[in-house]
Write a new protein. Structure first.
Length: 185
């Protein structure tokens, strides 16, 4: 049997007992934005590796695939967030909640900038398209390591913990990309 928490937990400003907010709207915007960015990073890493493995791919096709993937994931997130909000609160989102949802989900679109820039550089002749796509995937995986490293440092357990966290996040990211590739996505 557990004992009750002696301190009541504060309710987020936009939330009350009658209308609980969805996770992204409950107040931890920075964490929600990072979650979206990590999800998009893993997804786009899998997409660019798949494109790099394709026998015939051109710059336009690669750029459209990356852009449409980012846009599609972003739109799916917006729809899912609104559906979850309606299911939990019994009402549609207010303008302020919609703005928050757009702000939280915007990193999904930002994740396409790096791959699109490298594809653009390739189109200008700076590198082969396959190299640009694999470099993109490498940058995405490196960013997974950096987020893990930063998280480890923020937890205050020292550089070894940060390194472990970074390597673990990298391994998870590479594993998810591998699963997506095996599944044919």
């Amino acid at each position: 049997m557990t004992t009750p928490d002696p301190k009541p937990r504060p309710v987020a400003p936009q939330q009350n007992a009658a209308t609980p907010a969805t996770a992204a709207r409950a107040g931890d915007t920075a964490a929600a934005r990072l979650k979206e960015r990590i999800y998009a990073t893993i997804t786009l890493a899998a997409v660019v590796v798949t494109l790099a493995e394709a026998e015939e791919s051109d710059h336009t096709e690669a750029a459209l695939t990356v852009a449409v993937t980012a846009l599609g994931v972003w739109l799916a997130t917006l729809v899912a967030d609104e559906q979850a909000h309606r299911a939990v609160t019994g009402r549609g989102a207010s303008r302020a909640e919609i703005r928050t949802g757009l702000h939280v989900s915007s990193p999904l679109l930002l994740s396409a900038v790096g791959p699109l820039a490298l594809i653009g550089m390739s189109a200008l002749g700076a590198m082969d398209l396959g190299t640009a796509l694999l470099t993109s995937a490498g940058v995405e995986v490196a960013s997974m390591f950096l987020w893990g490293w930063r998280t480890g440092l923020r937890m205050g357990n020292g550089p070894l913990s940060a390194l472990t966290s970074g390597l673990l996040d990298t391994a998870i990211g590479v594993g998810v990309v591998g699963v997506k590739l095996l599944a044919g996505h």
